[in-house]
Design a protein around this ligand. Structure first.
Ligand SMILES: Nc1ncnc2c1ncn2[C@@H]1O[C@H](COP(=O)(O)OP(=O)(O)OP(=O)(O)O)[C@@H](O)[C@H]1O
Length: 683
């Protein structure tokens, strides 16, 4: 793969979590030769500080027209003749094949399918205008798999044996049973070139370069029984951020106009076998659909997404359909009679019939209950999943808020210096370690300081005193789906929202943390201007959260209050807009609890989802910078008095403007404070 190195957005990339059972480069330790070595990768270089204005489809079209470059309008890309293909080669390409350059309509990034050259919109313009740095001069920078990667890929691939050639034995049976492949035929396994790595008991799925140019990478899949079910662990080479394999691509013919997308290779095997339809598996399941894959999906007039059997898969399918162009997408709804494709095959269900029940992803602006009834049923029959992702470090937040849901706005406030950033960092990290793709906008403190706080919280201890462990923790941290905006100081709300939109598109961000709103307020002096500015900003974040189906956590400073008084929803600076627009209002109170001097407590003063409000104590641990209570800590139950000295009752409903009354604190059950997961389950 070729890459023009010049990227346009103020985002810094840290990549997804890998398991500690893995050795260097993600392999089972037994397979990783030699002592561990440090490697520094390109992605770890500091990001650009200056934001680049995003390009619009209209601007791309105008530019191409102005330069006399013909183009065709596709589903998510524009297609044009590639300036990277030599004139002699171009002559041999006819029809659609001669339009081999795909330009992403949302970001302007391009990919040339013939040469595999790719780069940003600015890179494309530079090459068209012949301003050095362009592909014409042949100064493309190679991102071919690093030598070490390709060696490792080749070594594993050679050691693995074709699964269908595994001699009939207990081992072969066990392997098929563990991966649920008892009904998948040898023919199917052969078609997809699935291998088995005997020493590590892992399936090996290949990533072939388009055009049969060799092996670019691998995915290894392990399985472990857990209770009644099986837990899958996956490892990729190269690392997840660079693993862009659409498994099954070599089997797609140019004439195919329909495809079924799955979230697992195993599902693709089952689907292809029982329906005969072209199927592709997404490289990182429901976690994301990298735009780099979109050009490969342009040829399909119809895309069916069958991603799994839970609400999370359903939500991911809806998000991905937006990127693919909802008008050509249909979604298979999860349900008892519509489990994942592999399960459906194993249960003897008719997969073609299930595919026929797929619902169109495209909704008009006005819908009838008939169109919604299935969605409502989905929520009712998956109450727990509908409540969102649960915190693993803060069971009290689960008790009150029930979970972290997409599309909501959380407003968080607390007195100056009370630990807002520190708390919100742990609250977001907790979700991120559970696969919630997170984008941080830290305008007040630098990303280095913030990352240091987060890393300390991640390791649940001071790393200063164990620098020998730094690399190990940093490696795991780097694999989290965590991204940072590189803004610092005052920013315009427009630039910030544009960046957030870009991140949602490119990285499938589900949670944005903005610390804090005051940095978008400009320099308005008059308090009326300031209030109007704040209202406008809160409205913009609210709209973004709803439109992008992304959760926004917004830190807002309180207005100056009497130090002896507890903060209330009304203490948030500005008009009532922030608390009205918010789905959740969280307040970090630093007044002393009735017992436990000097402790903070967190008050949930608004909860639109189900109305439960209340408070619970937070115990700050200075060495790990965490607020979550270690498992050994005793269960406590306390009453908190409200400002009037009365014990307040929980309001019966969480409708707009629920008052910041305080209910009882909870009992803290012992729990695991989210030590990094030592294995990486695939879902
Ligand atoms: N409960 C606590 N007890 C003692 N120190 C704390 C507590 N919480 C945070 N700190 C420390 O106080 C400092 C300030 O914390 P932090 O930056 O999180 O506060 P903040 O409320 O975000 O500040 P600001 O109002 O300036 O935005 C940090 O050094 C942090 O480690």
């Amino acid at each position: 793969m070729w890459v023009l190195l010049r990227s346009g957005y103020p985002l810094r990339i840290l990549l997804p979590l890998r398991g500690a059972w893995m050795g260097r480069r993600g392999l089972p330790r037994s397979l990783a030769p030699g002592p561990p070595r440090r490697r520094y990768r390109k992605e770890a270089l500091p990001a650009l500080e200056a934001p680049v204005l995003p390009v619009t489809t209209t601007e791309i079209r105008q530019y191409l027209r102005a330069r006399g470059i013909p183009f065709q309008d596709g589903h998510s890309c524009l297609r044009a003749p590639s300036p990277f293909v030599g004139a002699s080669k171009l002559k041999h390409q006819t029809g659609a094949a001669s339009f081999s350059l795909f330009i992403d309509k949302t970001t302007g990034r391009f990919l040339c399918m013939t040469t595999l050259a790719e780069g940003s919109w600015e890179d494309f313009q530079a090459s068209v205008e012949g301003q050095g740095g362009g592909a014409r001069e042949g100064v493309l920078l190679s991102e071919a798999p690093e030598a070490e990667d390709s060696e490792e890929v080749r070594r594993i691939w050679d050691r693995a044996i074709p699964l269908w050639e595994l001699p009939e034995s207990e081992e072969a049976q066990l392997a098929r049973m563990m991966f649920g492949l008892t009904k998948v035929t040898d023919d199917t396994l052969k078609r997809f070139s699935v291998r088995y790595l005997r020493p590590a008991c892992r399936l090996v799925f290949p990533w072939f370069s388009p055009g049969g140019l060799g092996l670019r990478g691998l995915k290894l899949l392990g399985a472990e029984t857990q209770g009644d079910g099986v837990q899958y662990m996956e490892t990729t080479i190269p690392r997840p951020g660079a693993y862009h394999n659409l498994f099954g691509l070599p089997l797609i013919s140019r004439r195919d106009v329909e495809v079924v997308l799955t979230s697992r290779e195993l599902d693709s095997l089952a689907l292809n076998q029982s329906t005969g339809l072209p199927t592709l598996a997404l490289p990182r399941g429901t976690a994301c659909l990298p735009p780099a894959l979109l050009p490969y999906l342009e040829q399909f007039r119809r895309v069916v997404l069958w991603l799994g059997n839970d609400l999370r898969s359903w939500e991911a399918a809806k998000l991905f359909a937006r990127k693919l162009n909802p008008k050509r997408c249909s979604l298979v709804r999860p349900g008892d009679k519509q489990p994942s494709p592999l399960e459906a095959l194993n249960q003897g269900l008719n997969l073609s019939r299930i595919l026929r029940t797929a619902l169109p992803a495209w909704h008009k602006s006005i819908v009838s209950f008939r169109q919604l009834r299935e969605e409502v049923l989905g929520e009712l029959s998956n109450v727990e999943q509908a409540a969102g992702v649960r915190w693993s470090r803060f069971p009290d937040l689960n008790r009150l808020l029930k979970g972290h849901r997409k599309g909501e706005l959380t407003v968080f406030t607390g007195p100056t210096g009370s630990g807002k950033t520190t708390f919100i960092s742990e609250y977001a990290l907790d979700l991120c370690t559970q696969g919630v793709n997170t984008l941080w906008g830290s305008f007040e403190i630098s990303n280095v300081r913030l990352a240091r706080v987060m890393l300390t919280q991640f390791a649940v201890g001071r790393l200063e005193e164990q620098l020998d462990k730094y690399d190990e923790w940093a490696d795991r941290f780097e694999d989290l789906p965590l991204y940072f905006m590189t803004f610092h100081g005052q920013q315009s709300i427009r630039t910030v929202i544009d960046t957030m939109q870009h991140a949602v598109y490119v990285y499938d961000i589900c949670h944005v943390v903005i610390d804090n709103l005051q940095f978008m307020m400009g320099h308005e002096q008059l308090s009326t201007d300031r209030i109007a500015a704040q209202d406008y900003i809160v409205g913009a974040f609210r709209k973004f959260a709803t439109d992008s189906s992304c959760h926004v956590t917004l830190v807002i400073h309180p207005r100056k209050e009497d130090d002896d008084k507890e903060l209330q929803t009304a203490s948030i600076f500005g008009s009532a807009k922030a608390s009205q627009e918010a789905d959740n209002v969280l307040i970090l109170q630093d007044r002393k609890l009735v017992t436990g001097p000097g402790k903070r407590y967190l008050q949930v003063s608004k909860n639109r989802f189900d109305g439960d409000v209340g408070v619970f104590p937070l115990e700050f641990n200075k060495s790990s910078l965490t607020f979550s209570i270690p498992p050994k800590s005793k269960a406590r139950l306390k009453k908190i008095k409200d400002d009037n000295g009365l014990v307040a009752k929980k309001p019966s409903s969480g409708k707009k403007g629920a008052m910041p009354q305080i209910s009882e604190t909870c009992s803290n059950q012992a729990r695991n404070p989210n030590q990094p997961d030592l294995s990486k389950p695939s879902r």
